[in-house]
Design a protein around this ligand. Structure first.
Ligand code: AR6
Length: 240
């Protein structure tokens, strides 16, 4: 990984577990071309790139090409989603769509008051669904607001609702021909969804969607911290 792409993160040696095998040049180039951050240098580090061996292992059976392609289109990064330069970032909102804490608060703060103004006109959003607005002062052109389930032990349909958030967001992106979309780890903060299970649902749902559709071309899991990135990494190796 080129140190100029890592900004401040370059001072810290990468976690050995992530780089046990040489990274495929093609995959790395693709990530660097498609994940852009506001500002010349950014405080993020790539949390995951597919090691060569992993991609090769997927290449078996009739749908081998499709599976490899699907893996190539998913990326995990660690950092603040509000600074990602992508067509759309996803907001983990609540049913009012009128802002809150966590990533929701950060997105509204970075987008400015015009975002709240547009959200007021949407009249809320049920849990498990998604709505789209412009991105205003954000680096992202659009915000897709989705409402994750509040974790209540798992017996209240939380898993299906969380999958609905990912599918609904991806459907909006596809219908508007948005090429790249970044997700936070929906429901795993204030809403207390167990991060490992949430990551499995996120990755499996996105992979299924990408296998069926060409758009979005790129899906970024923007993880806030190493625990979340680890959970997504584990989930990705689970399907690879
Ligand atoms: N960039 C990326 N991820 C972030 C950021 C950020 N700037 N900030 C936090 N996260 P949460 P929820 C991560 O609580 O669980 C709000 O008040 C965070 O570490 O933001 O779906 C809404 O209005 C966690 O991994 O969302 C709702 O009322 C993930 O984003 C409620 O919280 C989601 O944490 C929604 O709760």
């Amino acid at each position: 990984v080129c140190s100029s792409d890592l900004g401040e993160g370059a001072a810290k040696p990468p976690d050995k577990r992530q780089f046990q095998k040489p990274v495929a040049d093609a995959v790395e180039a693709d990530i660097n071309q498609n994940v852009r951050w506001r500002g010349r240098r950014h405080p993020y580090r790539l949390a995951q790139v597919k090691p060569e061996g992993k991609v090769d292992k997927v290449g078996q059976g009739e749908n081998a090409m499709a599976e490899t392609e699907v893996l190539r289109r998913m990326t995990i990064v660690e950092g603040d989603i509000t600074r990602l330069e992508v067509a759309a970032i996803v907001n983990a909102a609540n049913e009012t769509l009128l802002g809150g804490g966590g990533v929701d608060g950060a997105i509204h703060a970075a987008a400015g008051p015009a975002l709240l103004e547009e959200c007021r006109g949407l009249g809320g959003c049920p849990t498990g669904e998604a709505r789209i607005t412009r991105g205003y002062a954000l680096a992202a052109r659009h915000v897709i607001h989705t409402v994750g389930p509040i974790w209540q032990g798992g017996g209240e349909g939380e898993e299906a609702l969380l999958a609905g958030c990912y599918r609904g967001s991806l459907t909006l992106a596809r219908d508007r021909d948005l090429k790249a979309i970044a997700f936070p780890a929906i429901s795993t903060g204030v809403y207390r969804f167990p991060p490992a299970r949430a990551a499995e649902i996120a990755v499996a749902t996105v992979a299924q969607f990408l296998a069926d559709d060409r758009i979005p071309e790129k899906v970024i899991f923007c993880c806030f911290g190493e625990v979340s990135a680890d959970a997504h990494r584990a989930a990705l190796s689970g399907i690879g």
